[in-house]
Design a protein around this ligand. Structure first.
Ligand code: TRP
Length: 347
């Protein structure tokens, strides 16, 4: 048996942005459309989102539909993919409890992503136990569906590593039951970690340097016009730097020669860069090219979003259907896990 099962998800703590798009969403849609899999799941990780937002559940609740709509807008197709809500699959919580025995606290504290988040969230003095254990719950998410392919952003690599450790430990102690998984990352370093509009290392909601998939054309324009370029490039005639210039960085990610030809007077991005380096090409011009290219990509996403915003009942139905489907699969794995441990008393 060599099934190909894909599972991935996001915490609903905010709307999704261009960083999510190039870092993972695009990959998911590609995998979905290639169709070379037995089953594909996309999960909205609301329970995980509560591990650091337990005091503001409204934020999680408000963003659940935002993320679901973002998924549908970028082209996740509920006919091909099972879309579901984590907290509605209690089997995941039950698995988490048994997996918690298989990892120790110091290993959890060493997880690099968890470590960074503990600093960011000022949890150093007192780490909520639930938060520290979220990689265990993520292991449950992955293994409950016997997923072997997990398309994620590169910050999730430590979760995959930790999940596989738990899988090994489980299988060693209780016998071959769980399946190991592999991450699928975006192709380039730039896509894996799209920098922020301000040139900051990462596009992130907390840094306020994002373009959201749901931004209006006016918002996108305003944000593109505020992007970090080359502070030494003051007059149009000045020589300009391309490296570290966010407009060119984004053009590297989002454009191709065809789009450059369509929206500028150049035949290629290289030619445009050359002109900027030499001097004589102004920032407003390059920003307009980027804006038009981003708009071409965002327009259909925005149209789909509008449709789903007006048909929330449909979104709810999709999630309900997906959750029923997900529970069946997770329930089967839970049964196997309990059998392996030997706590299936009434079977
Ligand atoms: N940790 C992911 C995030 O921060 C969300 C997530 C939860 C996830 N469970 C998962 C991703 C399982 C991939 C597989 O967005």
């Amino acid at each position: 048996m060599n099934n190909k099962i894909i599972l991935t998800g996001d915490r609903p703590t905010g709307r999704l942005h261009l960083g999510h798009y190039v870092g993972s969403l695009k990959n998911r849609v590609r995998l979905q459309n290639e169709g070379a899999f037995d089953k594909m799941f996309v999960m909205i990780a609301d329970a995980q989102a509560l591990t650091d937002n337990f005091a503001c559940p409204k934020k999680v609740q408000d963003n659940l539909y935002e993320v679901a709509i973002d998924y549908l807008s970028v082209g996740i197709d509920p006919e091909k993919v099972t879309m579901f809500i984590q907290s509605e699959v209690p089997e995941l919580t039950e698995l988490t409890f048994y997996y918690m025995n298989l990892v120790n606290v110091s290993r959890l504290q060493r997880n690099p992503t968890v470590k960074t988040e503990i600093k960011q969230k000022d949890f150093e003095q007192s780490i909520p136990a639930g938060f520290l254990c979220y990689p265990v719950s993520q292991t449950a998410d992955i293994t409950a569906f016997k997923a072997n392919i997990v398309p994620v952003g590169e910050d999730q690599m430590p979760m995959i590593e930790q999940a596989n450790e738990i899988v090994h430990t489980f299988n060693r102690i209780y016998g071959e039951t769980l399946v190991e998984c592999c991450a699928v990352l975006a192709n380039s370093k730039l896509e894996q970690r799209l920098p922020g509009l301000d040139g900051n290392a990462k596009m992130s909601k907390s840094l306020g340097n994002c373009i959201y998939l749901s931004d209006s054309p006016e918002e996108v324009k305003k944000k593109v016009m505020s992007m970090y370029t080359d502070p030494g490039h003051i007059k149009v005639e000045d020589e300009g730097k391309v490296e570290g210039n966010m407009v060119f960085t984004y053009l590297d990610v989002f454009s191709n020669d065809e789009l450059i030809k369509k929206y500028s007077d150049y035949d290629s991005l290289e030619e445009m860069k050359e002109h900027y380096r030499k001097g004589g090409l102004g920032d407003v011009k390059i920003k307009n090219v980027l804006y038009n290219i981003l708009e071409e990509m965002l327009l259909p996403i925005r149209e789909k979003r509008k449709y789903y915003e007006e048909h929330l009942d449909e979104v709810k139905e999709i999630l309900k259907r997906g959750t029923v489907d997900a529970r069946k699969v997770a329930g089967q794995t839970l049964k196997e896990v309990k059998e392996a441990i030997g706590i299936n008393y009434f079977d």
